[in-house]
Design a protein. Structure first.
Length: 123
């Protein structure tokens, strides 16, 4: 069972309790890893260089107007590829994208070692 550090994406920092980082396991750890994978730009951070980690999302949505059809198709491919690298995820399905102004919502269903889980991520 994998464990990971609890991260607050709103504040951009790890959760600390009595001076120690909080660790989580099981489905909670997987949910945290999924969001971190999706939000980490592939190849950008030195700590992940040489590792197949993250997704190439920012290149598709930041500063480009490639059309929602092309963008949705490429986002699905990038996210599916990135998430299937995690050993506890066996399938990615029900990919939906909704853009309202500058807000992008990505909805996915994951088949995992813990069962199916559906999540929505907002960028």
């Amino acid at each position: 069972m994998n464990k990971t550090l609890l991260f607050d994406f709103k504040t951009g920092d790890f959760i600390i309790n009595h001076g120690d980082p909080v660790t989580i396991t099981g489905i909670d750890a997987l949910k945290m890893r999924v969001e971190k994978i999706i939000r980490t730009q592939y190849g950008l951070y030195r700590i992940y260089r040489g590792k197949e980690y993250g997704a190439n999302i920012h290149d598709l949505v930041i500063g480009h107007s490639l059309g929602i059809g092309f963008t949705a198709s490429e986002l699905e491919r990038e996210i599916r590829t990135a998430l299937l690298r995690d050993e506890e995820i066996t399938a990615v399905s029900d990919f939906k994208i909704n853009q309202t102004g500058t807000v992008l919502n990505i909805s996915i269903t994951l088949k995992t070692d813990y069962g199916d889980m559906s999540e929505v991520y907002t960028f």
